[in-house]
Design a protein around this ligand. Structure first.
Ligand SMILES: [Zn+2]
Length: 270
């Protein structure tokens, strides 16, 4: 599944193909659960509109149009937005053709878990309203405020998109390792200093992934703990552990990422 870095890399790439161009025609597949706005309505309302910006909120992409409307795209599991689709191909659900006669932009999705929706000017979206601060920019204080009263393990709470928007399974594990926090710690037990450390680690692992070109094309070598259960920790050489938290596989170093205050004070003595 595309995580935030892949969505951000897509945004930067597709913005260059989209922004400033006027849509002349929209070709879609027939109505399906990909379309939160019916394809006929989508085609009619996009025609003649100019794209002013391509923005991102968590894992959603939002094309802002010159009439104030926004085209929301979620890539789901296998969605792709870009310029190199095949016209008329069965998995190309939306093709945007432009008034300048230049190359079209395609939304393609083999498994159809992706979503496309047109939000009218000023229209709110429950999907966007429930997102917390964007993980790429989130500050420690914002994170801390959202952990109050949350006794579930920090790993599970980090995956809640209302806490930080855009943190997925891979980057939650990587950030907790970088912040030296056990994924099993009750979220509400994090101190303000630990929240700062975790927010900084989340930003850092996402930025590194974006700089590499990002997302599910990354190699296992790019990760320090994710997918490496049983392998030696890169810091202390002891075996990494794999456990299941909130039904998601979770990888961590039981030595470097100790749980609780006792672990923290023991570490200080070392
Ligand atoms: Zn370790």
């Amino acid at each position: 599944m595309p995580e935030l870095p892949e969505v951000e890399v897509t945004r930067r790439k597709v913005a260059r193909m989209l922004v400033g161009r006027r849509i002349a025609e929209v070709v879609t597949t027939r109505d399906s659960y990909v379309f939160l706005t019916r394809p006929a309505v989508l085609a009619e309302r996009l025609r003649g509109r100019r794209v002013e910006a391509l923005e991102r909120a968590g894992k959603y992409l939002l094309a802002r149009l010159d009439d104030g409307a926004r085209l929301l795209v979620h890539l789901g599991m296998t969605g792709e937005l870009g310029g190199d689709g095949l016209p008329g191909e069965a998995h190309t659900h939306v093709e945007l053709r432009f008034a300048d006669g230049g190359p079209p932009v395609f939304f393609r999705d083999v498994r159809k878990f992706g979503k496309v929706q047109l939000l009218a000017a000023g229209e709110r979206s429950a999907r966007l309203d429930r997102l917390g601060p964007d993980a790429l920019h989130a500050r420690g204080a914002e994170l801390c405020a959202r952990l109050v009263g949350r006794r579930a393990p920090i790993k599970a709470v980090l995956l809640d998109q209302s806490v930080l928007a855009g943190v997925g399974n891979i980057y939650a594990d990587e950030a907790l390792f970088e912040a030296r926090l056990s994924p099993l710690r009750p979220a509400s037990s994090l101190t303000p200093a630990e929240c700062q450390r975790l927010a900084a680690a989340v930003r850092a692992v996402l930025r590194r992934s974006i700089a590499r070109g990002a997302g599910y094309r990354e190699e296992p070598d790019d990760f320090r703990v994710y997918g490496r259960g049983g392998e030696p920790c890169r810091s202390c050489r002891r075996p990494l552990r794999r456990v299941v938290v909130a039904q998601r596989s979770t990888h961590y170093c039981p030595r470097c990422q100790r749980a609780g205050a006792r672990g923290a004070s023991a570490r200080r003595r070392e």
